[in-house]
Design a protein around this ligand. Structure first.
Ligand code: HDE
Length: 697
């Protein structure tokens, strides 16, 4: 076979009809890993055309061998994740709070890498699981890498690291059957939780809308633990870290989440990718909640207890800088998969506290990277390597990439100068905060950790009526999947300690009337904690529709002036429109122009959009009357409390979708630019909450 040189994508055919694409011009020659040029990558080496494959086919063996080893263990938790590069920009020097280098100069940018994740599901699980989201930030500072490995909820399920393996075993798929995937709605999870009263505050968060975010861009992030910030003269301030999304918070409703998982299991990663690729860089502000020993001593709860938060109303948040994500990864595996976040990566000016969860994490993260990345040299992988100068005498090990030159690999040494290698720096080096520690060595938990319900109640009463209903519905949903009655009953018996109305609602939803009594609590739950507005998503609505997307259902004959007015209004707002048409080939608009479609009906269900517009012509509407996906598009948008823009010509379709008699002020007739402006103004409220009573049984 002698392939002729042709267009790079044009194939030459081998004797068996197989495709051969040939190098030449700018197209490089394919080689083995050793650099040996490859003549034929379509056929293994055989004895005769149909004969056995020979053992000396080094080319085949190398290729298959490498493929066999492509996978590394996925993260034991937070396996499903997505990341991007960006930077942190500091607002003002903070020398009175911390000596951390990145906070010393206004406007200074520190490179960052941020990975978002779900917790329970495997690497290939769907994005809209009801779950906590990881929010892990790696800051490549001039004094080393600082990782703030946080979540999108400010508290956690457990108080002591020793319970983490149990928590995760219980949450993940059950070991005999290996299901359910990425779901806590099963017996083992709720069995464990029902025996763990300390988890009740986190359960309120995990059953709330925070667990089904619209996208990573609309989530808050939290460092969770209390840390210390330390000044050059060793003055310590306690701190809790917060990330506040610029576009505001937004979640989906549960029925929507379930459907998104089917329609686009990559919904969250696609959203982040698209936002960055289109230049709409997601942004968060870093907030510090700073407090001193006096506050810590007087606060109702132990600041070392990760199941508690400090309401923003008690300690306001100081916004000190912004985090911008402006670059997608070049290679998912090399960067996102190999990124090794470690809570123990801190820098001078930052320090740990004795939070027993944090102390355990500091062991776990370093340990897990060795397993996952195959040895102690994972810091040699570019995504994990510091971007500041670094020098040490650590050496060798699997895959050592950065190796010291010269004779000296120990210190102290007497070689001196450059030859002697790096030396200590008492002045710029890391000093632990010299906290006084004393006490008996005990395996016990402090009584200051024993109030399990008061803040769970505070969270619950801080939610709007809708949000409270969602928490109750989530509990009913999850517990309805639990098969063992005793587990359902035991879990529900915690709820009267949080809120009697919540308990009654869940009791009713599970048909457990008369069977549930409040479980004894270690300390009497407080009723006097005031609602904290900051804990609700709905009470902190975004002021903009920017970053959101409208799905416009169109057919041939769509009013082009109206469609253009809608596009213009949304683009001016920083939002976008996606066109959904009977075929992906698009439609012909009223003025004869061609409208290119982004999705075919059915491929772009309304769950993928923040609001919808039904812009069919009359004939187009009639042609869709038997199209179930078109009906669902409208009916779902209505049930999911979305704002719906519609044209009169679409009436037959609205009727078929069963909403004509229910059109409310969330359904806005679009007749021209003025009504488009009204529609956009409504969309800024994201959902028409008032409709909820009408669509929920
Ligand atoms: Fe993690 N956690 N965790 N965790 N965690 C991991 O580290 C662990 C906890 C969090 O995008 C693992 O590299 C223990 C709280 C995030 O790569 C592992 C305890 C919070 C990520 C681990 C906790 C988190 C992880 C698995 C209890 C919020 C993903 C792979 C003491 C503040 C980071 C890995 C990424 C990942 C252990 C509790 C957040 C096994 C032992 C609390 C965002 O080391």
């Amino acid at each position: 076979m002698k392939p002729k040189k042709r267009d790079e994508n044009e194939a030459a055919r081998g004797k068996g009809g197989e495709t051969h694409q040939i190098a030449g011009g700018d197209v490089p020659v394919l080689t083995t890993q050793q650099g040996t040029p490859v003549a034929d990558d379509q056929n293994s080496l055989k004895v005769g055309l149909r004969g056995p494959t020979t053992l000396d086919d080094f080319q085949l063996r190398e290729k298959i061998f490498h493929f066999d080893h492509e996978r590394i263990p996925e993260r034991v938790v937070h396996a499903r994740g997505y990341a991007a590069h960006g930077y942190f920009e500091n607002y003002e020097p903070l020398p009175d709070i911390t000596s951390a280098d990145l906070f010393q100069r206004a406007g200074e940018k520190t490179p960052a890498f941020v990975r978002f994740s779900t917790v329970a599901g495997n690497k290939g699980s769907a994005d809209l699981a009801r779950d906590v989201r990881g929010f892990a930030v790696k800051l490549y500072t001039q004094q080393g890498n600082w990782d703030i490995v946080g979540n999108n909820m400010p508290v956690f399920f457990i108080q002591d690291a020793i319970k983490f393996p149990d928590l995760i075993h219980a949450a993940k798929a059950e070991p005999d059957r290996d299901f359910p995937q990425a779901q806590t709605a099963h017996d083992n999870f709720w069995d464990f939780i029902s025996l763990l009263p300390e988890s009740m505050h986190m359960i309120m968060w995990a059953m709330s809308d925070r667990a089904i975010p619209r996208s990573f861009r609309f989530m808050e992030g939290f460092g969770v633990h209390t840390y210390r910030l330390v000044t050059a003269d060793r003055k310590s301030t306690f701190v809790k870290f917060h990330w506040k999304p610029k576009l505001g918070m937004q979640s989906v409703v549960w029925n929507e989440a379930v459907k998104i998982n089917g329609a686009d299991p990559d919904f969250h990663r696609r959203d982040l990718w698209n936002a960055i690729q289109s230049g709409n860089f997601p942004e968060w502000e870093l907030g510090l909640q700073l407090f001193d020993d006096k506050f810590a001593d007087e606060f109702e709860f132990d600041v070392l207890d990760a199941t508690k938060l400090i309401p923003e109303e008690d300690v306001p948040i100081k916004r000190v800088g912004r985090l911008v994500l402006d670059r997608c990864v070049d290679n998912f595996f090399a960067e996102t998969e190999q990124a090794a976040f470690c809570t123990n990566n801190i820098i001078p000016g930052v320090d740990f506290t004795n939070d027993p969860l944090l102390q355990g994490r500091n062991f776990s993260y370093l340990d897990t990277q060795v397993k996952r990345l195959g040895g102690p040299n994972f810091t040699h992988i570019p995504i994990n390597a510091p971007k500041c100068p670094f020098h040490h005498f650590q050496q060798d090990g699997h895959m050592a990439m950065i190796n010291p030159k010269g004779r000296v690999n120990y210190e102290p040494n007497s070689w001196g100068g450059v030859e002697g290698g790096p030396r200590e720096s008492p002045e710029t080096g890391f000093h632990s905060f010299p906290a006084e520690e004393k006490g008996r060595k005990v395996r016990e938990r402090s009584a200051s950790f024993s109030d399990h319900y008061s803040q769970a109640r505070q969270f619950y009463i801080s939610q709007t009526k809708s949000e409270q209903r969602h928490i109750a519905d989530a509990l009913v949903f999850e517990l309805s999947k639990v098969q063992k009655l005793a587990i359902r009953e035991r879990l529900v018996s915690h709820l009267p300690n949080i809120d009697v109305k919540l308990a009654n609602r869940v009791v009713k939803g599970l048909g457990l009337q008369g069977k549930v009594h409040a479980i004894a609590s270690a300390v009497v739950p407080r009723q006097d904690l005031k609602p904290s507005k900051a804990l609700s998503i709905a009470l902190n609505p975004p002021k903009t529709f920017a970053g959101r997307k409208v799905g416009a259902l169109v057919t041939d004959g769509v009013d082009s002036a109206l469609l253009n007015a809608l596009k213009l209004a949304l683009e001016t707002e920083g939002a976008s429109v996606e066109i959904i048409a009977p075929t992906v080939g698009g439609v012909e608009a009223s003025d004869g122009t061609r409208v290119v479609a982004d999705q075919k009906i059915g491929g772009g269900p309304s769950v993928l959009y923040d609001a919808v517009a039904v812009l069919t012509s009359e004939a187009g509407a009639r042609s869709l009357l038997k199209n179930g996906a078109a009906r669902d598009f409208i009916a779902d948008a209505f049930c999911h409390l979305k704002f719906i823009g519609w044209v009169n010509a679409a009436m037959p379709l609205l009727e078929k979708a069963g909403i004509v008699h229910d059109l409310d002020e969330g359904c806005i007739e679009l007749t021209g630019a003025k009504s488009v402006a009204q529609f956009l103004a409504a969309c800024r409220r994201i959902r028409h909450w008032k409709r909820e009573e009408a669509v929920i049984s």
